[in-house]
Design a protein around this ligand. Structure first.
Ligand SMILES: [Zn+2]
Length: 455
């Protein structure tokens, strides 16, 4: 699979910067192609274009072929000026002009960041102020050092550097092991558990249920003596199981403190897709993320399994899920709650019991695919359904293949009796008491205002 690196966009703040430029030409053929004077002119032009830059100095080293920093006097002066607090930002043409090897580049950038100075590498488009991942810089610097290396090798190499630098957890991630040379090799017995957790979660099992089963079977937990709920959650959210790596989830505050800070958007994050062999199929991983998001909606308001598929037929607002703890269905407590028009700005006039909708969906699926489903699960909804349209007594399903099914929902033999504690019911009664929308209610629950008043 092709590797793809995507920058995860995050907001950044703008401020006025004291900018220095650094130029360098070596004695070899580069000199003819791009003279020092040309480079300097370019930077003057750039700075003049920018309203938020004050160009404080241009540092230039010439005629040096050396690979070390030692002979570069202007460079040394620039670092000293950074230390003295005269500079906020350095622009330079490329990583290879800035330093001749990875170690120099990274060490210098770290040192400069320690002084609060960021660097912009024009050619690579890396701005350490808003886009330094130490990792990405590592990768870029290693390109400059050895362009023939594959991206994959560079990523792995970068990760290994982070391991060496202590920035990554040295304990291998559950399901993986690593050797000195290769990271993220699959540990088959653990990987089988990871796959099972994902499969079960995607098929609708709650993390707590999966956890209980793991404990009952005596499966060894990822860490500690006993499985914990959070371990299941973290496993499901971990992109490494899909073969990806997100760079810069945490970063080091500066070279003085070495404090590790969680990146909440201060610096960009990068996702490297297919960085290593996946344990879990990408499609399953992505469905798991959607389900996780549905389950994580505001406390007690899970939107599983329909997510945002359901809209109010009266006003078009998204329906929200409620537990309907005090409603009854055929004389029994309602198990899966209902979906009502109770989102902000919703009309509040529509409510459907999930079991009734589920029955209709399962019926439609069976008619179309000839396969009986026991329950409605997000994974097959997501795979097959483009849109669900509700009305008073029927559900119209637009399938992803372009076909449409219409299924009647039969309420004739159902009995719903709300208890006096229901939020929905109280709201309903309040509206009737206040004389609002008396005859407009279209609850799909067999309820009419008369029935409520009688009961
Ligand atoms: Zn509505």
């Amino acid at each position: 699979m092709p590797k793809r690196v995507t920058r995860i966009e995050q907001p950044k703040a703008a401020y006025r910067k004291r900018v220095a430029a650094y130029c360098r030409v070596s004695t070899d053929h580069e000199a003819q192609l791009d003279s020092l004077e040309n480079q300097m002119e370019t930077f003057r032009f750039r700075a003049a274009q920018r309203g938020d830059w004050d160009l404080v100095n241009i540092y230039a080293d010439e005629g040096l072929s050396g690979t070390s920093l030692k002979g570069r006097l202007q460079f040394q002066q620039m670092i000293a000026d950074c230390e003295a607090g005269k500079i906020d930002y350095i622009i330079t043409k490329s990583i290879s002009r800035f330093a001749r090897n990875t170690v120099d580049t990274l060490q210098t950038v770290r040192e400069l960041q320690g002084y609060g100075v960021q660097v912009y590498f024009e050619k690579e488009g890396i701005d350490t102020a808003d886009s330094l991942s130490e990792m990405v810089l590592t990768i870029m610097a290693s390109f400059a050092q050895e362009e023939s290396r594959s991206i994959s090798e560079n990523v792995k190499w970068g990760i290994r550097k982070r391991f060496e630098a202590g920035h990554e957890v040295k304990v291998p991630l559950y399901g993986f092991y690593h050797t000195d040379d290769v990271l993220f090799l699959i540990q088959e017995d653990e990987a089988a558990i990871v796959r099972e957790v994902f499969e079960r979660f995607v098929h609708g099992e709650a993390p707590a249920v999966i956890m209980d089963d793991m404990i009952a079977r005596g499966v060894k937990p990822p860490a500690g003596k006993c499985w914990k709920r959070l371990q299941i959650d973290r496993m499901i959210k971990n992109e490494k199981y899909a073969g990806d790596v997100v760079l810069q989830k945490t970063y080091i505050e500066n070279h003085l403190t070495h404090k590790q800070i969680r990146n909440h958007g201060d610096l960009p994050k990068f996702r490297v897709e297919n960085a290593h062999e996946a344990i879990v199929d990408r499609h399953i991983f992505e469905q798991a993320q959607k389900i996780m998001a549905m389950r994580n909606v505001a406390v007690g308001n899970s939107t599983y399994p329909y997510g945002e598929m359901l809209r109010c037929p009266l006003c078009g607002k998204a329906l929200v899920h409620g537990s309907l703890n005090n409603f009854y269905y055929d004389g029994e407590k309602i198990q899966n709650g209902g979906w009502g028009c109770y989102s902000e700005g919703g009309c509040g006039d529509y409510l459907i019991i999930q079991n009734v909708l589920d029955e209709a969906m399962i019926k439609a699926y069976e008619e179309k695919y000839g396969e009986k489903k026991e329950t409605v699960e997000f994974y097959w909804l997501d795979d097959t359904v483009e849109e669900i349209q509700l009305s008073e007594d029927r559900v119209t399903i637009k399938w992803r293949d372009g076909e449409t099914s219409v299924v009647e929902m039969d309420f004739s033999e159902k009995r719903y009796s709300p208890s006096r504690y229901s939020v929905f019911y109280n709201d309903y009664l309040d509206r009737i008491r206040c004389g609002e929308k008396k005859n407009k209610y279209k609850f799909l629950m067999g309820l009419t205002p008369a029935a409520v008043q009688a009961g």
